[in-house]
Design a protein around this ligand. Sequence first.
Ligand SMILES: [Zn+2]
Length: 403
Amino acid sequence: MKYFFKCFAFFLLVSCGPKKIKFERPVDTSSRPIEFQNKTSYDFPQKEISFNNKFDGARINGVSQINDTIFKIIIKPENTPINNSAYYSFEISSQSTQTIYLKFDYPQGYSHRYIPKQNWGDGWKITENKDLDFLDDKILLRLENIYGKGLISAQEIQNSNDVKNWINKILKNKSYINWVTIGETNLGRPIWVLDITKGSPTDKPLLLFFTRQHPPEVTGYFAFKSFIEELINNNPVAELFLNKYRVLAFPLVNPDGVDLGHWRHNAGGIDTNRDWGHYRQPEIKSIVNFIKKTKRKYNNKIVMGLDFHSTYYDVFYTNVERESTPYPKFLDQWFEGMEKNIPDYKVNEKASNSTQPVSKGWLLYANKAIGVTYEIGDETSREKIDLIGKTSAQVLMKLLTDY
Ligand SMILES: [Zn+2]
């Protein structure tokens, strides 16, 4: 009898979880071990220089001195195989004014991706071409006349604390935004959602926005920020939009990966954007469970989801299947509106139905919703990203309030 109840409880638990989705090319997203970096300082007293990774979002796996002016910076991924996105981030401290060279070293088979960004106390700047030498698939970075402390990073550092500060900033005087912790990662970091609507959330169509499944994809996060800031801007379009729709925005899907300075995976050693079929990792499981509970409780229907990422250039990955979604013409109209409102801008769309368990496919197959992977180029100018993010939000709100 006891066994029966146990089984019954187990059955309830399993059957109540979100429905798993079959993809043409399934991926095993069971956890795999990762290698943690040593959080330490690499000191070279004779040169009065040191390097450290003692902050969230840092990555450096070793430093060695090659000669009087060249240092080798050893960078490794959290585990392999992994997508080729060599991410690095560290602080340099020099007690005398000097010129040094950093030779980046990635494991065999991995090459350079990100142009170094630097912050010497007066904001982030992209390294100029004259200070970079490309050696096969690696780089040599020249740091001329450096003195004091500076950060060298694949992209501007945006760790969980930075995301938290941004949320606190946008929450000010906006009681209609609810900031909720919906779960916990493998390492106990909170998974957040911003639940945004004006008036009652009940019976409203639901829009989902995700970002930072992949830790170094900071330009996608910048677009996400501009996009969300536009949705909560004080203007009549946003007012109408938020009265009609409910938004769930997930500003940091993979906080462990972000704070550990990962190339791509979470602390379970998995690409979370391959886990939208079976939800084996805590990040995706918490998110999908929360969405399911919310929908049921408030009678919300998912109409659309955008997942903000970065790659080598700006591109929107869409699904070919549109007729089964609530607004079959939306994507064409949205892209047309963006081209009309951003000077010299041409939308680069690549359409194909997802075959692997990515969020875009989950939106279509599990929800019959519009799904887009919204990719921003690694080196797209930050001003342009802001413009694309804001304009895409304005056009989207205008179209959706008119439907
Ligand atoms: Zn990505």
